[in-house]
Design a protein around this ligand. Structure first.
Ligand SMILES: Cc1cc2nc3c(=O)[nH]c(=O)nc-3n(C[C@H](O)[C@H](O)[C@H](O)COP(=O)(O)OP(=O)(O)OC[C@H]3O[C@@H](n4cnc5c(N)ncnc54)[C@H](O)[C@@H]3O)c2cc1C
Length: 552
């Protein structure tokens, strides 16, 4: 049996090596259009920044090493240009010599990935993009060689932000131009704000809500006429599935833009499979089709498709989308649906924010996390979560991703038995604490108000009641709020006006205590979810220009 694999990196190489382990006698040929297979795409920004020194460190395997260990027949610099499903053959071109070749298969696995989306504005040819090792070398050489001092990056997605951080490490003046209102719009605005603030405090200028309309020899011109100096221009405006040759072969394309596949990664042709960035995913939470460009899924599906080809029964499940990014020590991570995503999918949902410490506050180095969970108000099932902070966001998002995988409810988060010693967590871990807060909201013990609802509620006559200390209030406060510290509230309850009262503290915990106290004394009290910190992050993100208070 002969299997041909198109694309020799994440999905393709996972498929090839797994297939060999399952079938010592299979004939496996991998065609890769680039000069390298099995390279570390995810490390490329860090090579540009000098964090990863040597180009060789990015090359995890070579055709030789793969032949020695796995007897894989790897053909680099070989681009597949056509598939003929009727004769089960592929046609390709050697990109160095122009020579054509054909080959035949019993099974064909496509993992060609996704290409940078083409920039189409005047002067676009000066913009460099980043997909593979030669691209990274080109950008690194440009930074080294032309004495570049200023860089403009178009696109504030994962790659744009990572490249921005790394060019800043190289001492460049960096402007990040992002069409959407925030960077990384898959996050909700209040959750990505700490990363935006971190980028700016490290000298990166964010041009949010802006697009580039022209690249000149020295500048990038924005849609408001602003001209930004740019010795180097990087285009990171997204990717598109490398699926043209598959479409030309008559394979069905999915509604989201990639190659349509069933739950066994089989395309509309029974002998052809597709995985990775080029293949459409099915979202387990919404039931809808979606493109998800992440390495975990490419690797996981690459391994799984080998099982299918080898006839091994291997349980699979749909995708939920889990991603993480870090820059200058700040981490933002997401799993499942954002609030925006849930709204877009037409789902009813509830939201809870919490700001627990990354580990016990008395042990040095504890940092405040921002956690958010989105859940189904009927079943309590977790639909999505986000985590931001300088420490501990990564492990919390992985717990929450596992919780979604297992179909857990927010009540289950309270009961998770998580590892604890003071340098790693708290006896009530951050995830447990998120569960406690969500439990109170889900079971309607503490009705809550979201940061973005506050303005309208105040306009309708609600009073904002700050229950923090006088010191905290004097440092920074929500305009128009009334201060009664939680410890004085019983004695001063007569001062609390009738009508709706929106209680807030720093993170929502004292607010919950105060809300309970007030409600049990007949007041119409609601807790500002996530407290002052969530309100501040959301407000700053919404209008980065009207920043009145520094992010703590
Ligand atoms: C700079 C960068 C940083 C990233 N960082 C992260 C990260 O931190 N975390 C994360 O989860 N994901 C990250 N990703 C995304 C991740 O790398 C991809 O999701 C993953 O590699 C997709 O695997 P794939 O096999 O579908 O495609 P790829 O790994 O891109 O491999 C596809 C290969 O197929 C080749 N090919 C395409 N067409 C043909 C053809 N017709 N014939 C022959 N060969 C062909 C391509 O040259 C390419 O080498 C990053 C991507 C980039 C570019």
């Amino acid at each position: 049996m002969k299997t041909i694999i198109v694309g020799g990196v994440a999905g393709g190489m996972s498929a090839a090596t797994r297939l060999r382990r399952l079938d010592e006698h299979a004939e496996i040929t991998v065609y890769e259009q680039g000069p390298h297979v099995s390279f570390a795409n995810c490390g490329l920004p860090y090579f540009i920044g000098g964090v990863i020194d040597a180009e060789e460190s990015l090359l995890l395997q070579t055709p030789d090493s793969l032949w020695r260990r796995f007897r894989l027949d790897i053909r680099v610099n070989s681009r597949i240009v056509a598939i003929d499903p009727a004769t089960k053959t592929v046609t390709g071109t050697n990109v160095l010599t122009g020579e054509e070749f054909t080959d035949s298969y019993d099974s064909l696995i496509l993992s060609p990935g996704a290409s940078p989306r083409q920039l189409t504005i005047p002067g676009a040819q000066r913009a460099l993009s980043l997909r593979d090792v030669p691209d990274a070398v080109r950008i690194k050489d440009a930074v080294d060689g032309i004495d570049a001092a200023t860089a403009v990056i178009l696109g504030g997605g994962f790659i744009g932000v990572e490249v921005a951080e790394n060019l800043r490490h190289r001492g460049m003046q960096v402007t990040l131009v992002q069409q959407a209102a925030t960077i990384l719009p898959q996050f909700d605005p209040e959750m990505i704000e700490p990363l935006q603030a971190t980028l700016e405090s490290n000298g990166i200028t964010l041009a949010l809500g802006r697009t580039a309309v022209e690249v000149t020899s020295t500048e990038v011109v924005l849609d408001n006429g602003q001209r930004v100096s740019a010795d180097l221009v990087i285009s990171a405006i997204g990717v598109t599935a490398d699926a043209e040759f598959a479409a030309q072969a008559g394979l069905r394309m999915g509604t989201a833009g990639g190659i349509w596949v069933d739950e066994n990664h089989r395309t509309s042709n029974p002998d052809i499979f597709a995985v990775g960035d080029a293949a459409q995913k099915h979202n387990v939470l919404t039931g809808s089709d979606q493109m998800i460009w992440l390495a975990n899924l490419a690797n996981r599906h690459g391994r799984a498709v080998a099982d299918v080809v080898a006839g091994v029964d291997s349980p699979e499940r749909d995708s939920q989308g889990t991603g993480i990014i870090g820059a200058f020590g700040m981490v933002a991570a997401i799993t499942g649906l954002s609030e925006k995503g849930a709204r877009f999918a037409g789902l009813d949902y509830r939201v809870v924010h919490a700001h627990p410490g990354s580990h016990a506050g008395y042990y040095p180095g504890s940092a405040t996390l921002a956690l958010k969970v989105i859940f189904d108000p009927e079943t309590g099932k977790i639909l999505g979560a986000q985590a931001t902070g300088t420490e501990g966001a990564d492990k919390r998002i992985d717990v929450l991703a596992t919780a979604i995988y297992a179909g857990l409810t927010v009540d289950d988060l309270m009961n998770l038995e998580l590892a604890y010693a003071p340098q790693f967590g708290s006896a009530k871990d951050a995830v447990n604490q998120l569960g406690y807060a969500a439990n109170n909201v889900w079971h309607q013990r503490t009705p809550s108000v979201q940061w973005h609802e506050l303005e309208a509620r105040v306009a309708a006559g609600a009073t904002i009641l700050d229950v923090r200390t006088e010191t905290e209030n004097s440092e920074a406060a929500i305009p128009g709020s009334l201060l009664i510290p939680v410890d004085d509230l019983r004695a001063r309850i007569a001062e609390v006006p009738d009508g709706e009262v929106i209680v807030h503290c720093r993170v929502g915990q004292r607010g919950h205590t105060a809300t309970q106290l007030l409600r049990q004394n007949g007041k119409n009290a609601h807790n500002l979810d996530g407290g002052y910190l969530t309100w501040l992050a959301g407000t700053e993100s919404r209008g980065r220009t009207q920043r009145v208070l520094a992010f703590p």
